[in-house]
Each structure stands twice: as structure tokens, then as C-alpha cells.
Design a protein around this ligand. Structure first.
Ligand code: ATP
Ligand code: MG
Length: 429
């Protein structure tokens, strides 16, 4: 019996009927980023394991249990990138891009995490990452939020997402807060679950965003990091919220938002939705100034975000804004040897003269009837019909597949003129 090989669990194919939605979202992302003057950067999918250990942090979920790490043939430890921030910064440091310069960058592509696959959580997933370097003020934090806000609006899902905002302060402020927090949780040891007991030693801030319902009240009553911020962190945060207020971007301050990755400082944010069950974070990010030095650079400033595209697309579908796309406008039917030869030539001429047209030529023969069926099935607007006798007279049949108007007989020039007008009128699909 055939033993078919299947895709790896948690890694999905995007079939042709889904690609129009992907392309629509990708176009919109590119367009919006373009209007803010951001440039694309393309990065390897595999990096040295050390890069992620050093940047993301040894005691994070990602590094502890989610990375795809392997030894290559030289015995080097490599990892499929679980996120893009570390690689992007590595590239910019390696190529000297951060020296007295300001950058606004984006990248798009697959990330890999060995998690338990479920709706909205995959082992290969696509992220849009946006990273900016060299800007210390809250104005760039605000710009990133404005980009996302504009994106939601363009994609028709603004009413489906809410912005959650917090400040993690500096590393020093966090250290002070950490001891306060550990003391608080130590006073409630009996209420901590196993995960939290472990985090109490390793990464106590993460206890705050526990998903365990039984611990929600305990977490909610914990001291807030916001109360331990220094003047500079507080001023940064207040200017950001004032800017957002003045621009009419609403947000909730969530003092328990700590993010999973170690490298954040000051501003952190997440865009969340109630429409996608427990995988409700569509986009997340924040400021990570200290990572530049951690990766060997001179002190600098960095802030960015990453968006999960599968979750974004699921939201667009929930909102019912899925674009309808036709992949073929005109289907060419060819019956007979001369018609088949002429058809390929004529199709090329049409593609030269009518560049916007999506023209598919029947291949593999078949009767007029069976070819008409194919034209119908593929959703074409028109069938262009070539038979041997007509072709010898320089005549081509054109028939609408959308209304009952009969077939017209046209010359080559008339066909081209007709199709040029058609592409001008057609709504962009
Ligand atoms: P979560 O809390 O959902 O695990 P995270 O904090 O691990 O998310 P980030 O590392 O901040 O996520 O990644 C940014 C975004 O990438 C997430 O908000 C989400 O939209 C998406 N994302 C992260 N992990 C996955 C995954 N395994 N499958 C699909 N999308 C993901
Ligand atoms: Mg995660």
C-alpha cells in the first residue's frame, strides 16, 4: 500500500484558493510600510544557536523548549529562527549599519517554534517584523503604533483589535521591582502553580501573564512595575500615551503585560482580539535598546514589533473582508491543429498588447464542449474561441461567460481592442 509522505505537524501548505488572501494582506502591509518610508531587509532563516540564546534569553519559553536546533555537518549548532529581531540586529551590526545612522526596516517570512500545534499556533508560521534603530524618543514608538493602526483600518479589522500598553522600565528598575514581586509571590506560595514556582526563581515577571485562571486574581493584585519606574522611563511612557491621545489612538494600560522575551525595556505593547479564542495576540513588540549592546554593539536604541500573519488572516476572515480574486479573465479554446498552433502565437501577441490581462490557453486538447466547461469552471469572464476554419479566415470567436449574449466573430485587431477596453473597465481583482 502506498505510504504517502505528509507535511510536518504544525507546518502548513497554503493552497491556491488561499493565496489571494495572503497576497492581498502582503500587498497591504508593503503599501502601508512604504507610506512611512520603511525599507525591506532579507535575512537567513538559519542562524547560529548562540544568537538566540544570547538575545532572547536562556530562561524564556522559546529558548528553553521551542527552538528547532540541530548540528550541521561541521558540528556547529544552528537554529531555525524562532523570531526575526535577533537576526535583523545581527545583520545590521555585522554590516555596520548602526554607526551614526537611523534605520526603519521590515522583513517578512517564516519563523519556527516547536510548540503544541493548535488553531493560531503553528510550528512554522509567518511573521511580518518591523525594526527601527537609532531613535530614543517615544515618537518612534508612536509611529510604530500608528503604522499598525493604519494597517488594521486598511484591512477592515480596526474594530476587532485593542492596543495594550505597558512600560517595563530599565533593567535596573526591573531588578528592584523583581525583588518586590518575588517577595509578594513568596507570601502566596501555596497559590502558585508548578510553572510559576519554577519561574519564581528564573523569570518571576512572567508569572504576571499566567494563563492559569486560578492564579489570575493573585497576579492582578501583585505590585505593578509602573509604580517602580524612574523619572526617565515614566516621562517616556507619559509622552507616548499623550501622543496617542492627541492622535486619537485608544489603548488600555495593562501593567501585567511583560512579554515573553527578555530583551525589552520601556515601551511594550500587544494588539489583542477576542475573536480568535486563546490565540488572541495578533501583533506584539516594544523597545529593546539593551539588546544592541548585548549582541556586541555600541549603546543604541531599538524598537520594533512582529505580527503573526496566520492570526491576521484569520481576523480578516472573521471580519468577512476576504477579497475575491479571479486568476483567469479570458480562457482560450483551441480545437484543431491549425487553431492550436495559431492559438499559442495569438496568445503571446495578446499578452504583448494587453499586459494587464490574465489569459489562460487550453492545453491538452478536448472538444469545444469540454473546453467551454473548463473555461466556466476556472471562472473566466470570456472564452476566446479558435477553430481551424475560422482561423484560416482570420476570424476569432469571443463569448461572454457571464451573460447570455451570443458569440461575436472578431478580427485579431478587434479582439485586442476589445480586451484592452475590458482590462481598463475591469475592477482590479
Ligand atoms: P504567544 O503568547 O501567542 O505564544 P509570543 O509572545 O510567543 O505569542 P511573539 O514572539 O511576540 O509571540 O511573536 C509575535 C506574534 O507572532 C504573536 O503575537 C503571534 O501573532 C505570532 N506568533 C507567535 N508564535 C506563533 C505560533 N507558534 N504560531 C502562529 N503565530 C505565532
Ligand atoms: Mg509563544
Amino acid at each position: 500500500m502506498a505510504n504517502n509522505i505528509q507535511a510536518i505537524r504544525g507546518m502548513h501548505d497554503v493552497l491556491p484558493d488561499q493565496t489571494p488572501l495572503w497576497q492581498y494582506a502582503e500587498r497591504t502591509l508593503r503599501d502601508v510600510l512604504g507610506t512611512y518610508g520603511y525599507s525591506e531587509i532579507r535575512l537567513p532563516i538559519v542562524e547560529k544557536t548562540e544568537l538566540f540564546k544570547r538575545s532572547i534569553g536562556e530562561v524564556t519559553d522559546i529558548v528553553e523548549k521551542e527552538m528547532y536546533t540541530f548540528e550541521d555537518r561541521n558540528g556547529d549548532s544552528l537554529t531555525l529562527r524562532p523570531e526575526g529581531t535577533a537576526g535583523c540586529l545581527r545583520a545590521c551590526l555585522e554590516h555596520g549599519l548602526l554607526h551614526n545612522q537611523v534605520h526603519r526596516l521590515w522583513y517578512y517570512g517564516p519563523m519556527y517554534r516547536h510548540e503544541r500545534p493548535q488553531k493560531g499556533r503553528y510550528r512554522q508560521f509567518i511573521q511580518l517584523g518591523v525594526e527601527t534603530y537609532g531613535m530614543s524618543g517615544p515618537d518612534i514608538d508612536a509611529e510604530l503604533i500608528l503604522i499598525m493602526d493604519r494597517l488594521w483600518k486598511k484591512l477592515g479589522i480596526r474594530d476587532k483589535v485593542r492596543l495594550q500598553l505597558n512600560s517595563l522600565g530599565t533593567i535596573e528598575e526591573r531588578l528592584v521591582y523583581r525583588t518586590v514581586l518575588v517577595d509578594y509571590f513568596r507570601g502566596h506560595l501555596a497559590e502558585l502553580d508548578e510553572d510559576s514556582l519554577r519561574r519564581l526563581e528564573t523569570n518571576p515577571l512572567r508569572i504576571l501573564d499566567t494563563k492559569n485562571l486560578a492564579m489570575q486574581t493573585l497576579a492582578a493584585n501583585a505590585p505593578a512595575l509602573m509604580d517602580y519606574l524612574g523619572a526617565d522611563s515614566l516621562a517616556h511612557f507619559n509622552t507616548l500615551t499623550e501622543t496617542l491621545d492627541s492622535l486619537g489612538v485608544s489603548y488600555d494600560i495593562n501593567t501585567r503585560l511583560v512579554r515573553g522575551l527578555d530583551y525589552y525595556s520601556k515601551t511594550v505593547f500587544e494588539w489583542v482580539t477576542d475573536e480568535l479564542g486563546s490565540q488572541g495576540t495578533v501583533c506584539a513588540g516594544g523597545r529593546y535598546d539593551s539588546l544592541v549592546e548585548q549582541l556586541g554593539g555600541k549603546p543604541n536604541f531599538a524598537v520594533g514589533f512582529a505580527m503573526g500573519i496566520e492570526r491576521l488572516l484569520a481576523l480578516i476572515e472573521v471580519a468577512g473582508h476576504v477579497p475575491t480574486t479571479r486568476c483567469v479573465d479570458v480562457f482560450m479554446i483551441r480545437v484543431g491543429e491549425a487553431a492550436e498552433r495559431e492559438g499559442l502565437r495569438f496568445a503571446e501577441a495578446i499578452r504583448n498588447e494587453v499586459p494587464g490581462l490574465k489569459l489562460q490557453v487550453n492545453c491538452g486538447g478536448g472538444s469545444f464542449k469540454s473546453q467551454f466547461k473548463k473555461a466556466d469552471k476556472i471562472g473566466a469572464d470570456y472564452a476566446l474561441i479558435l477553430g481551424d476554419d475560422e482561423v484560416s479566415r482570420g476570424e476569432y470567436g469571443l463569448k461572454s461567460l457571464r451573460n447570455d449574449q451570443g458569440q461575436q466573430t472578431l478580427t485579431q485587431e478587434q479582439v485586442i481592442t476589445f480586451l484592452q477596453e475590458y482590462t481598463l473597465q475591469a475592477e482590479p481583482a
